[in-house]
Unconditional design. Structure first.
Length: 146
């Protein structure tokens, strides 16, 4: 995978106090905030990314039968470290996927445990990034004006 094809990005623009418009290169738009209003907070988006990545991956691995039910819940605890910083711990993705009782549904139901494991350990970029504690940087791109 080339550097250009591996790059993923979103752009955030401040639209008000503690409120931001987020856009991807395909034109998708969401708004985020600090958790005081109805907008998703950054932590909720992290949880959504973890659940969403696993959901689309599990669906791809069990695509030979349409699920009758497919819901995920993602939970975790926001904790404070001794240095005063906060982080999430004990993240859990709970998957409720059910198929019809026909032959195709039974085959897919049998594949679910393996699909969950493969999704989390191999194919879900978000899970793998969190598990590997990928270092991040915050850099200023413009020098403040006097």
């Amino acid at each position: 995978m080339s550097e250009e094809s591996s790059l993923r990005s979103v752009h955030l623009e401040r639209i008000g106090p503690k409120a931001y418009r987020v856009e991807n290169h395909r034109g998708g738009i969401i708004t985020i905030g600090d958790g005081e209003g109805i907008d998703f907070s950054p932590v909720e988006l992290l949880l959504a990314a973890l659940g969403g990545c696993n959901a689309v991956t599990i669906e791809a691995l069990t695509k030979r039968a349409e699920p009758r039910r497919f819901d995920l819940t993602v939970t975790g605890h926001k904790v404070e470290d001794p240095d005063g910083g906060t982080r999430m711990k004990d993240l859990v993705v709970s998957v409720d996927i059910r198929f019809e009782s026909d032959e195709a549904g039974k085959k897919m139901a049998e594949r679910v445990p393996d699909a969950l494991e493969k999704s989390h350990r191999t194919f879900c970029t978000v899970s793998r990034t969190i598990e590997q504690a990928t270092p991040t940087k915050v850099v200023q791109v413009r020098v403040p004006q006097d």
